[in-house]
Design a protein. Structure first.
Length: 432
């Protein structure tokens, strides 16, 4: 082999190994501070096993990249001059998530510390638009979010698009989205052509998967409260196995096992709305009958609870505004509304029990409209799980409502873009 750069054989490998090792150590320190909170350099060294000089160098670089910052003095030191704590910064580093759903488009920009830079949802009757028209409008929302990031002199870690359907992750192609009426749409390619040479990573993921990641992060942050709810003797600490159900016109499922999202062999896992649970009746968006979402999807609830000309069926209104109408009727004791909610909750429990029997999650998380109307859906759902799950006490599974509602997928999309910064902090350039 002929070398052309004047270095001795093997030096490239040594240099590459050094770069890789430093990148890994930067990731270790950044994730350590994210997960455990502000701490001194000495404490980081003790807890990670890295030597103090290395930690000081790594922290200096992470501060220079705007990912960590100097915090308060370390009051835990009994002797000597107190050291400075370092804490997560990331206010200048942002990720963007955007979502296409049947009756709305949405976008969110979050900074590395979890702060919301922008969050927006607009009602759009996507099912009656051509894919190109919808993607034009989504690109406008993404540009608005990117502008908001740039307005605060932030660096963009990436954009993740959430879509309801079968997504081929490597290519960003939407293979099938029955409720949108889309098939074989190259979402990533089409969005890149609309956004131009953006200079940031762009990915496409199933919306239920992203919502599940957001719910998982939400439960990790609430670990203390969660442990208190579970009680002694149950699976301790924050949950690491969950199923999230997205309640919209369609019903999707995001599955997190041992802290990791399950995609399945081809990446198509979680299409729980098409479990053949219900008796033959209304035709599903996929063209079949008996699908679970035909009895628990938002359309199913509205058919049971309202007349055709009822304003809550109007797709030009924001979905939360429409659900507020259902909530008011339920709170007022409207018999038709309460009957519809009980029926949906029972069917939700029948399908939910199947998932609990198969997956035995710590938590079944209600998202979307299931979360909004949870006060009326949870009781029949929990009863069905207790009655139909073979393991004692429902296998220890707890039903919880996500606090993120319809923002879960865009929050998860922004977070998955930001997660890449924790894997490789050198993605973010040093401050000028």
């Amino acid at each position: 082999m002929t070398l052309t750069d004047g270095r001795r054989p093997g030096s490239r490998g040594v240099a590459a190994d050094h770069v890789s090792l430093r990148r890994n150590n930067l990731s270790v320190v950044l994730r350590h501070v994210r997960d455990l909170g502000p701490r001194s350099r000495a404490r980081i060294a003790d807890e990670t096993g890295l030597n103090k000089a290395t930690v000081s160098s790594l922290v200096a670089e992470l501060v220079d990249r705007g990912l960590l910052r100097e915090g308060l003095a370390d009051s835990s030191r009994a002797l000597g001059r107190p050291g400075q704590l370092v804490e997560l910064d990331g206010t200048g580093v942002c990720g963007v998530g955007a979502e296409i759903n049947v009756d709305y488009l949405a976008v969110a920009a979050l900074d590395l510390a979890g702060g919301v830079v922008l969050e927006k949802r607009v009602p759009v009757d996507v099912a009656h638009l051509e894919p190109g028209t919808t993607l034009d409008r989504l690109a406008e929302l993404v540009r608005e979010a990117v502008d908001a990031v740039e307005a605060r002199s932030g660096q963009l870690a990436g954009v993740t698009l959430a879509v309801p359907g079968l997504v081929q992750g490597e290519t960003g192609e939407l293979k099938l989205a029955p409720n949108l009426g889309w098939g074989e749409v190259s979402v990533a390619q089409e969005m890149r052509s609309r956004l131009g040479d953006a200079g940031y990573p762009l990915h496409v993921e199933n919306e239920a998967n992203l919502a599940a990641l957001a719910a998982y992060a939400e439960l990790q942050r609430a670990e203390d409260g969660w442990a208190g709810e579970r009680g002694a003797g149950e699976r301790g600490g924050a949950p690491h196995d969950l199923v999230l159900l997205t309640g919209a016109v369609g019903v999707g499922g995001g599955i997190v096992s041992n802290g990791h999202l399950l995609h399945g062999g081809a990446g198509y896992s979680g299409e729980v709305g098409h479990m053949p649970v219900a008796p033959p009746g209304r035709t599903c968006g996929c063209g079949r009958t008996g699908c679970w979402e035909t009895v628990v999807g938002l359309t199913a609830l509205l058919h049971k609870a309202t007349d055709r000309d009822d304003p809550v069926r109007d797709p030009s209104l924001d979905v939360e505004q429409r659900l507020a109408g259902i909530t008011r009727r339920a709170e007022a004791g409207d018999a038709r509304t309460l009957s519809a909610l009980k029926d949906v909750g029972t069917w939700l429990g029948i399908g939910g029990a199947i998932l609990v029997n198969i997956l035995n999650p710590d938590v079944l998380v209600l998202g979307g409209y299931f979360a909004v109307l949870g006060p009326w859906l949870k009781e029949p759902l929990e009863k069905a799980i207790q009655d139909r799950v073979i393991a004692p006490d429902g296998g220890g599974c707890k039903v919880v409502r996500s606090e993120l509602g319809f923002a879960a997928a865009v929050r998860g999309g922004a977070q998955i873009s930001l997660d890449q910064v924790f894997v490789d902090p050198t993605r973010i350039g040093a401050a000028s």
